[in-house]
Design a protein around this ligand. Structure first.
Ligand code: SF4
Ligand code: SF4
Length: 154
């Protein structure tokens, strides 16, 4: 294996190790930037500056996005807490059934607990589960498709 971590395969078949939210450096740096802006009372500076530099009038929107980037951080992945801010029915179901993941479930084809993931991931999550089931998690990990948009190069 090349640094992949079996424990980062999520119950749903996503791979937390490929997700930019896991231990996000961007979120960490965004939090540092927000702290520095607050410490230097940058908002007060912007109030004056925006009279002469109109781009600073968007500073409140910038702070909103900065906070959203901070909030993206996922400290430990699916198995150690799940996607932050998500009360995940898939994760709860696997824990309840004491399954390693949905690939071990006989009810996968009929399951409607994946619907909430469709707007963001389409059918990718479900499509991941069948090869995980067929190959086993370790072998799948080495062959997994890089489906997250930020990993695609074409
Ligand atoms: S919390 Fe749910 S959606 Fe998030 S990775 Fe785990 S099983 Fe998938
Ligand atoms: S019913 Fe099966 S496929 Fe659906 S969430 Fe639960 S374990 Fe996963």
């Amino acid at each position: 294996m090349t640094g992949e971590n079996r424990a980062l395969i999520a119950f749903c078949g996503l791979y937390c190790g490929d997700c930019l939210r896991l231990g996000s450096r961007a979120a960490e740096l965004a939090a540092k930037l927000r702290a520095e802006l607050e410490k230097s009372r940058f908002a007060e500076y912007v109030q004056v500056k925006s009279e002469f530099a109109p781009e600073f009038q968007d500073y409140p929107a910038f702070l909103k996005v900065l906070q959203a980037v901070i909030d993206l951080d996922c400290p430990s992945g699916c198995r150690k807490g799940g996607c932050p801010g998500l009360d995940c029915a898939i994760r709860a179901c696997c824990l309840d059934k004491q399954l390693d993941g949905c690939w071990e479930c006989d009810g996968l084809d009929q399951c409607d607990r994946f619907d909430f993931l469709t707007p963001w991931h389409g059918d990718v999550v479900r499509h991941n589960l069948r090869p995980i089931r067929a190959l086993g998690p370790e072998a799948w990990l080495e062959r997994r498709p890089l489906f997250y948009v930020w990993l695609k190069t074409d």
